[in-house]
Design a protein around this ligand. Structure first.
Ligand SMILES: [Mg+2]
Length: 216
């Protein structure tokens, strides 16, 4: 029996969502400067719900986090891994939540390898998982994240947080998002009124935006 998905009628529709690269600090959890203690993790509102929806739909999730505190000697990779592990436990979406994790330990003074805005991790994961760039998004709360997505040739979304949980990067994120800079993202999830959603947390706002657009 032929179902709608068997037809060729979907040519020209926006591509479906297959992969999301997620920044950690300020996007999934509250941004705390040089976070290294798992007890200090605060999962942001709406994050668990958004990730659960993505997971249910078979979207591959990748964690992509700059941790210059390692390069600066403030804490170790083991500390970062402990924070990541605790965050995954707190999200209660299974230990295999992320299909890949990149912890970029370089300080800004070091030659970047994986550090955002390097697109290297995104390129590698898209290749390993045979994911088309057109079906992937980079989601983050600061320009370096959108730049990494841009550099990798995927779509980018700015997640801007509840003011009470906001990182010092907010004003940068807001001004970059509002101007036609190279770093401006494809979707700005803090513009809730423009997206017609008044009260959703930001990651959910973005997800609604993408899914609505895909289904149009
Ligand atoms: Mg961030």
């Amino acid at each position: 029996m032929q179902t709608p998905s068997d037809t060729t009628c979907d040519v020209g529709h926006p591509t479906p969502l297959r992969a999301v690269f997620l920044d950690r600090d300020g996007t999934l959890i509250a941004n705390k400067h040089y976070l290294s203690n798992p007890d200090d993790i605060v999962v942001l509102p709406g994050v668990r719900e958004a990730l659960a929806r993505l997971q249910t739909e078979g979207v591959k999730l990748f964690l992509f986090t700059n941790q210059s505190g390692v390069g600066r000697g403030l804490f170790t990779m083991a500390d970062v891994e402990a924070v990541n592990r605790r965050m995954v436990e707190m999200l209660q979406l299974g230990a295999e939540l992320f299909a890949g994790v990149c912890i970029a330990p370089e300080s800004p003074q070091e030659t970047p390898v994986y550090r955002k805005p390097s697109p290297r991790f995104i390129h590698e994961m898209l290749a390993i998982h045979s994911i088309a760039a057109s079906t992937a998004w980079m989601v983050g709360d600061s320009p370096g994240e959108w730049e990494a997505g841009r550099n990798a040739g995927i779509q980018t979304a700015a997640i801007v947080l509840d003011p009470s949980l906001m990182s010092p990067g907010l004003s940068v994120a807001r001004s970059a998002a509002a101007s036609p800079l190279a770093t401006s993202p494809d979707a700005v999830a803090n513009r809730r009124e423009e997206l017609g959603v008044a009260s959703y947390p930001s990651l959910l706002v973005w997800l609604d935006f993408v899914q609505k657009r895909t289904n149009e």
